[in-house]
Design a protein around this ligand. Structure first.
Ligand SMILES: [Zn+2]
Length: 338
């Protein structure tokens, strides 16, 4: 059977989300700082979960396509981001996911989206205007690379079940849809394009070019919030009860609170360091963050990971490389949001 939906690039957990999650666990925050980091975490988590909700309808697209998620490209240095991009030989479709609950209106006077929830009104930049800009940028990006001029469509998909879209007076209302009607909308768009401008093979190559040009967004939330990296708490966190810190004994890390023992809990400490501090580490920093008392233990555990080595002698460092799924430990079921 022919595979219709080919995934070229999966969703990425935003760096801002990962940093806020680690900060909540590892930083001494006062009430105001905690509320701020927690608010950022919830906003980022909700956006990320909204993007994941696109997977199900997109898996049901009935004609051959390639799909890429969490894409950030550059035109002459300036970045533009797309939540999801569907590639077909006849048209491309940029999808922006909005996981906002509540009653949604659009104001044409100031190009804002207004959301009413529990009697409170919040204003956002109009997401349709945002996705129109992405379309313009992607057209420009493709033409700079002499790619075939495939028409680009764009949609904002409201992924939250508790959304009440009020689009009557909104001129671009055909660009905003709820998740349940995404497939119907894609069929409508598809029926407008009858001829192919490239082969599936050509399309695959375009998809890979886009994936290779992707440059993930890096943030420094600690700096942004005026905090200091000295406030990051060191030690190995218990994967079972979140207690900081586990102590090292007989080739394992042990939790003094719940007695959980693990031979690998230090790897998450290293991932936390990677998210908040650097993608390079030396033995003495590793010894500090894991609170290992013996330097030869630090040396042993770091070498055990077969990391690439940069430099030599006293300045020798190890290069940390992780993939998106390596950070699943941060996204516990308790973080489930609507
Ligand atoms: Zn524990």
């Amino acid at each position: 059977m022919e595979v219709l939906n080919i995934l070229i690039k999966d969703h990425e957990k935003p760096h801002r989300l990962l940093q806020s999650l680690v900060m909540l666990q590892r930083m001494e925050l006062n009430e105001r700082e905690f509320d701020e980091v927690n608010r950022i975490m919830r906003t980022e988590m909700s956006g990320y979960k909204g993007e994941l909700k696109l997977d199900y309808p997109l898996s049901r697209v009935h004609f051959p396509n390639h799909i890429l998620h969490s894409i950030r490209l550059r035109n002459h240095g300036s970045p533009f981001q797309m939540d999801s991009l569907l590639l077909t030989p006849r048209f491309l479709l940029i999808i922006e996911a909005k996981n906002t609950p509540g009653k949604i209106y659009f104001s044409t006077q100031n190009d804002k989206m207004e959301r009413e929830l529990d009697g409170e009104i919040s204003k956002y930049d109009n997401p349709v205007t945002q996705v129109e800009e992405q379309k313009y940028q992607l057209e420009h990006w493709c033409s700079n690379r002499n790619l075939p001029p495939i028409p680009i469509e764009h949609l904002v998909v409201f992924t939250n079940k508790n959304v009440d879209l009020q689009l009557n007076d909104f001129p671009s209302r055909d660009r905003g849809v709820e998740l349940f009607s995404l497939n119907k909308k894609i069929r409508e768009l598809s029926s407008q394009y009858s001829h192919s401008l490239t082969s599936m093979h050509g399309l695959k190559s375009i998809g890979h070019q886009i994936a290779h040009s992707h440059s993930p967004k890096k943030v420094d939330l600690i700096k942004e919030l005026g905090l200091s990296k000295n406030e990051i708490k060191k030690g190995v966190i218990c994967p079972s009860c979140n207690y900081l810190h586990m102590y090292y004994q007989k080739r394992k890390w042990s939790c003094p609170r719940c007695s959980y023992r693990s031979a690998s809990a230090y790897i998450e400490t290293l991932k936390d360091y990677y998210i908040l501090e650097s993608d390079k580490i030396n033995t003495s920093t590793f010894q500090k963050i894991t609170k290992l008392t013996a330097r030869h233990h630090a040396y042993y555990y770091l070498n055990k990971l077969n990391l690439s080595v940069i430099g030599g002698g006293r300045s020798q460092k190890y290069k940390l490389e992780f993939k998106g799924e390596d950070f699943n430990y941060l996204i516990a079921p308790s973080h489930s949001l609507p």
